[in-house]
Write a protein that binds this ligand. Structure first.
Ligand code: IMP
Ligand code: MG
Length: 186
């Protein structure tokens, strides 16, 4: 049985209202920064970035295209990441000479994004920057240049608003903290 999230929700870390307020600001900032720039492409990293992308793109006034990419990082435990990143779904678009913004749900150790950035920069985009909703800054193991950050959060396992626990709970409209003593993997 998949548990009801209320059974293990420790706290709501970021409410739906706060998410939308901040994402609106981020969209305005991006709209300003890319004013007059052509060929803007938002690349969403599946699957966690999906909800953020669809809300963010509605707040960007500039014409832009979207693309999706799926990568997996594998390492010690299911909730840990290592330096190994593989592309499971690649872009369908040539990004050469485009202004690319990578849209991520969360940066933890930084390994995933660092290797995605390395792979994509070889394709010679005009610019390549990172927009993340959440940043667990104190967990960073490798440097990742981040242009837009929604919220810097503490080192706690979070879920909702695109982020999963064992593939579930991405649909929740807020970001919550898991009480790992009460969460029982299905
Ligand atoms: P990194 O390579 O360590 O930066 O890992 C980033 C990826 O780990 C994210 O894209 C998420 O998929 C996942 N992740 C890290 N922390 C959390 C969390 O608290 N909740 C859900 N997923 C997480
Ligand atoms: Mg992710």
């Amino acid at each position: 049985m998949v548990q009801d999230y209320r059974d293990f929700l420790a706290e709501v870390l970021i409410s739906e209202e706060d998410l939308h307020r901040r994402i609106k600001e981020m969209g305005e900032e991006i709209s300003k920064d890319y004013l007059g720039e052509d060929q803007l492409l938002l690349v969403c990293i599946l699957r966690g970035g999906v909800m953020f992308l669809t809300d963010l793109m509605r707040e960007i006034r500039h014409p832009h295209a979207i693309e999706f990419m799926a990568v997996s990082s594998y390492g010690v435990g299911k909730r840990e990441t290592s330096g190994q990143t593989r592309i499971n779904l690649d872009l369908n678009t040539d990004i050469r000479d485009k202004n690319v913004i990578l849209v991520e749900d969360i940066i933890d150790s930084g390994h995933t994004l660092a290797s995605v950035l390395e792979m994509l920069s070889l394709r010679k985009p005009k610019s390549l920057s990172v927009c993340t909703l959440l940043d667990k800054a104190e967990r960073r193991e490798v440097y990742v240049p981040v242009k837009y950050t929604g919220f810097v959060i503490p080192n706690k396992f979070v879920f909702g608003y695109g982020l999963d626990i064992d593939d579930y709970y991405r649909n929740l409209p807020f970001v919550g903290v898991v009480d790992l003593n009460r969460y029982k993997p299905g």
